[in-house]
Ligand binder design. Sequence first.
Ligand code: ATP
Ligand code: MG
Length: 468
Amino acid sequence: MGRILVVDDERSMREFLAICLKRGGHEVTVADSGDQAISVLGTQAFDIVITDLRMPGETDGIGVLEAVKQLGLDTEVVVVTAFATTETALSAMKKGAYDYLTKPFKVDVINTVIDRALEKRSLVEANVALREQVAGRYRMASIIGKSPRMQRIFDLIAKIQSAKTSVLITGESGTGKELVARALHTEGTRSEAEFVAVNCGAIPDNLMESELFGHVKGSFTGAMSDKVGLIRRADKGTLFLDEIGELSLGLQVKLLRVLQERTVRPVGGETEVEVDVRVVAATNRELEEEVARGAFRSDLYYRLNVIELRLPPLRQRQTDIALLAEHFLTRHKAGLPREIRGFSPEARKHLEQYDYPGNVRELENMIERAVTLADGPLIEVADLPERKTTTPPLGVAAATVFPEEGIDLDRMIADFERGIVEQAMERAGGVRKRAAGLLGISFRSLRYRLAKLGLDSHDPATDETSDK
Ligand SMILES: Nc1ncnc2c1ncn2[C@@H]1O[C@H](COP(=O)(O)OP(=O)(O)OP(=O)(O)O)[C@@H](O)[C@H]1O
Ligand SMILES: [Mg+2]
């Protein structure tokens, strides 16, 4: 039940309201003028203020409303007006009043308005509570999650953060693999040294070896000076091998040696240099399948996969959605002139019922967009992307009646493929890595298809950075 301040210069009205509200179980305080209301508001907290609009003296109802806003209170204001002054009531609504009541009114009308206002208040409070949870035990480094599966991941991270064993992080695109890799580093005993991230899919194979292992001056054209290489840069720290599934077989052998011998031999070098790195690898492929089809070395797989951290897709941890949404809201509303307090119940439901093929990254993009679109204190369904049905256009092709004269199967498949790939690219905002995730194929495979279908208008130099 709520704490309510009733403001009216007319005694009979004050008493009538006070009686009704007390009967409804609320705690009521009365003020007989706008000025008195303001002084009470300065010392006591209220959930709702019900104020008459027209009152004699310095401060009328609008004045009370403005004072509430000026004091920065989140108290809801309901204004009471005579029928003749409805227009003033509307202007009060524009100024942020919650609702208005037109005199004379029935008891149940008051009750409905008050109940709704209180419900809104408790919603806002729920949002605040969520925000507090974000800061507490539902957070590890910058990873947020309250679902049992994420809590288990937190436990596992805590257990292995200071060990030296290799870790393989798997999970669909956007599930937070890099975030977890960074947490393993910052939370563990290696945090003083560097966390070196290498995207195995982004560096061309011929450059990769010297990037990773370094080189000696003059070992090949262009090797103007000695280069330490990323592995040695991660000495005493963590080497994060992202998209490990993209590493060529040749480099897999060389990497395996590093893991076994704990030494690095730079390109063109004579001697092995000792290194102390912890390797954390990540992939959104099923490495086991890659091993089975000979694209990934099994010995390296077992070396990397000493501990596997499998990040569940967001659709399998629905309880994290509201919390993550809140987290991203706080992040993206920073610096905005408008105050956005949270999500309407419908918007929250909308968010929770979506299946997020792009996982947490997709949710974050949705919230960022909603924050820019929202013009009220709450994010509404209209601020979220329309939910597309997940039935692929496959239905159309399947329904086609097989024509008498036969078909050109290759062309039909190519057309279909082009349509799907184009849609995925559009959905991914042109970021190929994300599109690959949406299509459930590897980055490399997407690159190949784009080239094949003549859709590759991308400047490779600017590609992956836009994904971060
Ligand atoms: N549990 C989480 N809490 C907070 N933010 C998260 C969480 N999971 C992911 N994110 C955010 O979502 C985005 C994607 O996460 P990240 O880059 O770690 O995913 P990924 O699994 O490496 O994806 P990809 O396979 O596409 O590289 C990042 O902005 C990250 O901060
Ligand atoms: Mg990643």
